[in-house]
Each structure stands twice: as structure tokens, then as C-alpha cells.
Design a protein around this ligand. Sequence first.
Ligand code: SF4
Length: 210
Amino acid sequence: MVEKETDFISDGAKLPVVEEFFSLQGEGFHTGKAAYFIRLGGCDIGCNWCDSRFSWNPDLHPMVATKVIIDRVIESGADSVVVTGGEPLMWTLDLLCNGLKSENISTFIETSGAYPLSGTWDWICLSPKQNMPPVSEICKVADELKVIIQDRSDFEWAEKYHGMVSNECRLYLQPEWSIFETIIPEIVEYIKKNPTWRISLQAHKYMHIP
Ligand code: SF4
């Protein structure tokens, strides 16, 4: 039987790769850690401040065999991978994770949580978006909650998800980059009053690295 492209898509044997690079994590708990980043195409959440719009349409990006992606990670020498997007959970990520873990490579994901979880993860960074809230199951297994703050209403949104994640989950507020100067003072004051939160800055943007 001839396999169709959609068969590969549904079982995760091919994934739409927007870009891959070996760099340093710039955000959240693992800031400063070296990691191989895999940005997958596809996202229908439509955040108005999105800085990755080029990733939204998966048809604009090549479907790459998952085995080839894993080989590239091995070749890079990285000991951990961050899968991001787009919204990476639009795809089935079990094969990717299994292949990476069989090589002792740690698996991290950055997700809005809007789609059911697939894959086996050493670290789940949940960044819930108001346009399409997360499925409830992902909240309890998130290692890190990272909420983008664009205006004051986002603090309420952050607290809503604070109440849904586990007690061990690390909590981060991250200024929306384009209004960084105006929103930072609000975040600083909020964290002074609510010290379970930390600030996440997009350190890679200051270093001019991807
Ligand atoms: Fe952009 Fe991420 Fe929002 Fe999708 S979820 S629109 S990729 S910021």
C-alpha cells in the first residue's frame, strides 16, 4: 500500500519544520541553557502580538521526516531540545520524543496547551492564550507557567491559570516585547506584591541570537 502524506502527518513521522537552530534558551526557568530549537509550523490561535506569524501556515514549510530531524539534533551535539512553534501540539510528537529520548536527549516543549498533549516531556512550559484556552489536562502536568503580559487584564488571566497548575509549577510573567517599556513597571510592581511570580525577559533578543 502506498503511504499518503497525511499518514505521515497523523502519526508524526513527518513534521513541518519552520526552522531549527542550536542556541541558548532566552525565556523562563531555563534561561541561559544551551538547547537545540525546533520550530514547527501551524498555529490557529492568532495572538495579535505574535512575533512568529511566519509559522502560522504549515503548508509554507517543508514536511521533514522525524528521523531526519532527530539525526540533525544528534549531529549538533545538543543534550536537550526545545520544541516550539507555532503551536507544536497540533502535531503528534510521540515519535519525535521517543527518538530523542532513546539518544538521552532531554525534551522540552513550549505550548499554548490548546491541543491535547502528545510526546514524553522532561519540561512542559505552558503559555496559555486567551484566544484559545488550554485543554484542562495540561495544566496539572505543566512544569512552568509563562504568561505574556500585554495589559492589566493579563494579570487576572495569569492568576486564573496559577490556580489550575500544580504547586510545584514555576510561575513567570513575561512582558510583550513591543510594549516592553510601558508594561515593565506594572509587572515589577505586581511581582513585588505577588512574589510567587518571577519575571521572564527574552534574553535572546538582547544577545541578538535566535
Ligand atoms: Fe503566535 Fe504562539 Fe500565539 Fe500561535 S500561540 S499566535 S505562535 S504567540
